[in-house]
Write a protein that binds this ligand. Sequence first.
Ligand code: FAD
Length: 412
Amino acid sequence: MSVRRHVIIGGGVAAASAAATLRSHDFDGEIVIVSDDHTLPYERPPLSKEYLGHDGDGRPTLVKPENWYAEHQVTVRLNTRATRIDPGAKRIELSSSEKLEYTKLLLATGVRARSLPHVTSDRVLTLRSLSDATRIRQLLAKVDTVAILGGGFIGCEAASTAISMGKRVTIVERSSTLMEAALGATLGGVMTDVHRAAGVHVMTGCVVHNIEQTPTSLVVRTDRRVIEADLVLVGAGSQPNIDLAEEAGLRTNGGIVTDEYSRTSAVDIYAAGDVASILHPFYGAHLRVEHHDTAMHHGASAAKNMLDLNEPFSESHWFWSDQYTHNLQQAGRSEPGDEVIVRGSLDDLDFSAFSLRGARITKVISLNRPRDVLATRRLLFSEHQASPDQLKDESTPLNRLVPRERPNRVEA
Ligand SMILES: Cc1cc2nc3c(=O)[nH]c(=O)nc-3n(C[C@H](O)[C@H](O)[C@H](O)COP(=O)(O)OP(=O)(O)OC[C@H]3O[C@@H](n4cnc5c(N)ncnc54)[C@H](O)[C@@H]3O)c2cc1C
């Protein structure tokens, strides 16, 4: 192949951000995005929030405006699936039966929603794509009762949206609180109370046995009781789209394994976003997270490394969630045994919970305190010293925790 051609498989935010970075760093060869979606790369976070709730004009929020791709000579092959990678020949095969050679290849294939086995009903749905959200949005306008199976972030955001539309909502969750895996039992309990106060019927510690469709409704049988609903939304987690990489012999560990430069085990193949399990330079472990900000910056970082700029990707795993009028944010990574210190008040739904290991903050989870998260993100990978008393004391600004003589490194 005489022309240099960088190919990106996947049409999400990591892919779009990688394409933009290739161009902004003066890559003048061909850029081809291969996406099995029918729409140009769009933002997924609004799908469980504004878009689902009929706010706005009903159009997706595109990562880049429609004309950006032509203006920057980025070819997007929509409705096209990459079906095979031949790392030796540096070629991929497409669902259209075409073959496409690449100079460098980025895998940004994301994850797919986990669905319930043996359930086939057009009113039992998962929420991952724009098509999913459009279908749920249409049904939400017509139905009265919604059962949400799984009280993770997407289930809880969808519950909040459905309640704001006047629906009767039940969440069935296996753990003892909502969002327990991410927030732990104490903060998960706070958020469970938030949902109950908003009118959601929350059933925790409850296991779903099966779902039956009757002519008039859906019947969800659990180990506790039977729930009838017009619409069932399954929020049962996700599965990384690693099949292509596995078939091509790339190293995987549940995600596509990369070094800190987003390089996979195959020459000239990179991975970024939700699907990638990257060696995090600060944490010293292979980590895969499903956060928007990470995917966006990861796509950009991988693109720089496709241009041999050799930049390790190190970021703080920041994410947010909007539920009712509340803004929940988290950054960092804690381990069992880290001490948890609360600044503010759980009862007033106005707090930051810091995880502390020795004198270092390892993680922060904040409700309605985005500034605390911003300040903590600056501390996480920098020299700092924090004590429980300082963290509890509202009059101690978080930026005071940085020794003044050491400059703070602001991450990407
Ligand atoms: C409803 C919803 C709400 C969310 N809200 C938040 C939030 O509030 N805050 C937050 O931080 N994060 C949120 N997230 C997570 C965030 O959106 C993701 O982390 C981010 O979209 C990941 O981007 P990505 O580009 O890595 O993958 P994706 O966005 O999943 O894109 C991957 C794309 O590749 C396509 N693809 C896969 N295999 C192939 C193939 N073989 N050939 C062609 N195309 C292929 C997929 O179909 C998909 O379109 C939310 C996610 C969802 C679904």
